[in-house]
Design a protein around this ligand. Structure first.
Ligand SMILES: Cc1cc2nc3c(=O)[nH]c(=O)nc-3n(C[C@H](O)[C@H](O)[C@H](O)COP(=O)(O)O)c2cc1C
Ligand SMILES: Nc1ncnc2c1ncn2[C@@H]1O[C@H](COP(=O)(O)OP(=O)(O)O)[C@@H](O)[C@H]1O
Length: 309
């Protein structure tokens, strides 16, 4: 997959079959659309092109949802799309100027001028241009003039995509790993930099890599204890482990922490980036009367984790 970030330097596409969207999550619903895209491109003897936006258009167009958390960072989205046999990914910086183009200008100066699309695959409810006034009808109207084919994404797939995206975000926040991973079609993951904690973990027999998630838009699972896989950037090895997210009431914690104990592992990894695949929710965080009681429970968490990993 070729990645293009500069719209002034796009290549000449061959029979471009294009679709437009944010694809946050690259979940099962998105994959259906992408299969439609790649199949159509093959049939047209052309190239499949995904046009996506960053930052998320909803942040620009509707500032009331500034707090919107995303299932994927841009880099994760790229990585997931990379695995799906798409020829080109075009990342458009979604600015106010871009959003404020008249629909006809967007169509003519952007879509047609830059892509010369053979086919546009789009949902019937797709909106574009200033105040989102451009619609499918306009695309139909100008089809002859600009010689593109129009292919509709079936409504049930579109409905399913928006329901899934909402459900996935809610499920992640609730710690509902079964729903999350089922709807995503892969295990939800996130990354964080390993930072210093209170140095209590090692004393308790369970050193934990404390993670600082640097992308503030990234959604993080709700509080609880989870069975996870973990890997270090640049290292293909995937370790088993368990994660605790929460306030750590037992040690009178006040800050929400994300920490991972990696099984059969004994290396200082401060400063490194750890990726965590959230496999299964095990239990809620509890306030224990003593550290011994907590360690006994963590012993059981390890057994429970190993049973699902
Ligand atoms: C698998 C696991 C489960 C945990 N469960 C709880 C818990 O239920 N309640 C709690 O207060 N802290 C829990 N913790 C957090 C510990 O209190 C924490 O690891 C300890 O304070 C060490 O922190 P440090 O890494 O900053 O030294 C858990 C940690 C792990 C790894
Ligand atoms: N099995 C392991 N799981 C997680 N971290 C480990 C492990 N073994 C060694 N480490 C290292 O030790 C650190 C955790 O030790 P800990 O005593 O909990 O200190 P801190 O409070 O700074 O997290 C991790 O950040 C990592 O660098």
């Amino acid at each position: 997959m070729q990645i293009h970030r500069n719209i002034e330097a796009l290549p000449g596409f061959k029979n471009a079959v294009i679709t437009i969207g944010t694809f946050d999550g690259v979940h099962e619903g998105h994959r259906k659309v992408i299969r439609q895209l790649t199949a159509r491109a093959r049939a047209a003897n052309g190239e499949s092109v995904i046009i996506t936006f960053h930052p998320h258009p909803r942040k620009i167009v509707n500032s009331s949802i500034l707090g919107l958390r995303l299932i994927n960072t841009l880099d994760e989205r790229i990585e997931l799309l990379e695995a799906l046999d798409v020829d080109h990914l075009v990342i458009i910086p979604f600015t106010e100027v871009f959003a404020n183009q008249l629909p006809e200008d967007y169509l003519c100066n952007f879509l047609i001028a830059k892509f010369k699309p053979h086919t546009i695959i789009i949902g019937y409810d797709h909106r574009f241009g200033r105040n989102r006034t451009g619609d499918y009808k306009l695309l139909e109207l100008l089809q002859q003039k600009y010689h593109y084919e129009l292919e509709e994404i079936p409504k049930h797939i579109l409905d399913n995509i928006s329901i899934s995206s909402t459900k996935i975000r809610e499920a992640i926040l609730k710690g509902d790993t079964a729903t999350t991973n089922h709807l995503l079609g892969y295990d939800f993951f996130f990354e964080g930099e390993v930072v210093h904690g209170d140095k209590l973990g090692r004393e308790l027999g369970y050193p934990t890599a404390n993670l600082k998630v640097t992308d503030e838009e990234k959604i993080i699972p709700g509080n609880g204890i989870y069975a996870v896989y973990a890997s270090l950037t640049g290292d293909p090895q995937r370790f088993k482990g368990m994660m605790s997210i929460g306030l750590r009431p037992t040690v009178n914690g006040t800050k929400r922490t994300v920490e991972v104990n990696i099984f059969d592992f004994d290396t200082a990894i401060y400063g490194q980036t750890l990726r965590v695949y959230v496999k299964q929710f095990l239990r809620e965080e509890v306030r224990f009367d003593s550290l011994e009681a907590m360690v006994q429970q963590i012993d059981r968490d390890k057994i429970d984790s190993l049973a699902v990993l």
